[in-house]
Design a protein around this ligand. Structure first.
Ligand code: FAD
Length: 399
């Protein structure tokens, strides 16, 4: 097996090697997507590349990558397989990062090294059947009884829900106190944590999504993650950083759609009348439909990538980044959706086939506009910032 390069500055070798390694996994990933199975084989194959602990410090077995590099790695995941990309992102940025940011030293040592090895996958359970965007209204409860927390309730759309070895779960610990009464917990599968329905989704079919039913699920008192009743604030902080990360995935999906459309056009497979012919007759002359679509999508891709990297750099520098993270999430989600739509128009019939890569990206892209905060919620966050401080419209400070 090819030896992974040590990820070190300027990280280009690491990104290139990761791209090659992800390409090696494509046949298996395609089968998993068709069969809706979790790609354990790919998880194991990629483990030596350190991708299951990309943002964990080295002392916990991670790569310790800055976010600016992490989003580039996630772009490669998004270009290769948006399902596996969601696994990588949610495992690192949601479950892993909550333990990293809010866990005790013991909790970090207990879970992060095993997560970094890909030995156990992480899941992050906030959303419930009755509560999505308005997370402060969750209904799952946790009650402390004889040195144990007892959790009751249901979670829905939990990524890695049925395959995880470690769960971060949010529950109400001070009923009636809304966002001041939620706590986070870390837990391993056990009696009382029952896996419910596995979702059959329109896209991201190789990403495991399941309901969880917590029925008198007993976990030790010391499994509280962070401060009691401050779990909502923890979740929002984690989602803030997650938005920057997930933007990398959407960028990769958009890039991959354009790459595939260009390959299709160059191979003469696209059936738009006169399109390929016009290329051959007068290369460089006139802005044909295909060239217009490709140039617009690619220009937007580059612009939104710069915005995403800017947000990631601010995050690395511990400066205020949330506004730019939400902007990146909003625009990269729209970019992936619009680009996959446009490239399908270009590709024509071939693109309507279920197994066509761009058709898969098109089905997957919609879910990235919903998960980890919908586009409307990003719009709400962005408008709140700007209405209270219009100065933010000016050029941001240098990083
Ligand atoms: C593929 C996938 C994976 C996921 N993985 C996870 C996971 O691992 N863990 C987890 O906890 N959750 C997960 N989710 C759930 C996801 O975070 C929620 O879907 C998201 O929070 C939105 O909630 P909702 O779908 O219930 O929509 P709702 O909150 O019910 O919203 C419905 C519609 O109303 C809009 N809306 C809501 N509030 C407002 C408002 N104030 N102003 C304007 N518009 C508003 C929304 O934008 C949306 O269009 C996942 C979702 C998907 C699609």
């Amino acid at each position: 097996m090819e030896k992974p390069p040590a990820p070190e500055k300027p990280y280009q070798k690491f990104i290139e090697s990761l791209r090659a390694q992800l390409n090696n996994q494509l046949p298996m990933l395609s089968t998993h997507d068709i069969e809706e199975t979790f790609p354990w084989d790919c998880v194991k194959a990629l483990a030596p590349w350190g991708v299951w602990g990309m943002i964990f410090p080295k002392k916990y077995g991670g790569l310790g990558l800055p976010h600016e590099i992490y989003v580039q790695a996630l772009e490669e995941f998004g270009a290769a397989c948006s399902s596996l990309a969601l696994t990588a992102e949610s495992h690192n940025s949601l479950c892993g990062n909550t333990i990293l940011e809010f866990g005790t030293e013991n909790q970090k040592l207990e879970y992060l090294p095993r997560m970094a090895q890909g030995e156990i996958m992480g899941a992050w359970a906030l959303t419930e059947p009755n509560v999505g965007s308005d997370a402060k209204n969750i209904e799952t409860t946790a009650v402390l009884k004889n040195g144990h927390w007892v959790l009751n309730g249901s979670k829905t759309f939990t990524t890695q829900g049925s395959v995880a070895g470690v769960y971060v779960i949010f529950a109400v610990t001070n009923p009636g106190a809304a966002d001041q009464g939620i706590s986070a917990f870390v837990a391993e599968p056990g009696k009382g944590l029952e896996i419910g329905k596995k979702e059959k989704k329109m896209g991201l079919r190789a990403s495991d999504t399941a309901q969880l039913h917590l029925i008198d699920f007993k976990i030790p008192e010391h499994n509280l993650l962070g401060t009691l009743n401050r779990g909502f604030q923890a979740a929002m902080k984690i989602l803030d950083a997650g938005r920057v990360a997930i933007s990398g995935v959407s960028l990769g999906m958009a890039r991959s759609a354009v790459e595939h459309a260009i390959a299709s056009i160059n191979a003469g497979r696209t059936k738009i009348p006169n399109l390929h012919q016009r290329h051959q007759e007068s290369p460089g002359a006139g802005l044909t439909v295909d060239r217009k679509m490709i140039s617009h999508c690619s220009s937007r891709l580059h612009a939104i990538r710069l915005l995403t990297l800017f947000a990631a750099r601010l995050l690395d520098q511990k400066k205020a980044y949330s506004l730019y993270g939400s902007m990146a999430k909003l625009l990269s989600g729209e970019l992936a959706m619009q680009t996959t739509t446009d490239m399908l128009d270009l590709i024509g019939l071939d693109g309507t086939r279920f197994q066509n890569h761009v058709s898969k990206l098109f089905r997957d892209a919609k879910l990235y506009q919903i998960g980890e905060g919908t586009s409307e919620i990003q719009g709400l966050i962005i408008s709140r910032y700007l209405l209270s401080n219009p100065g933010l419209l000016r050029k941001p400070p240098e990083t």
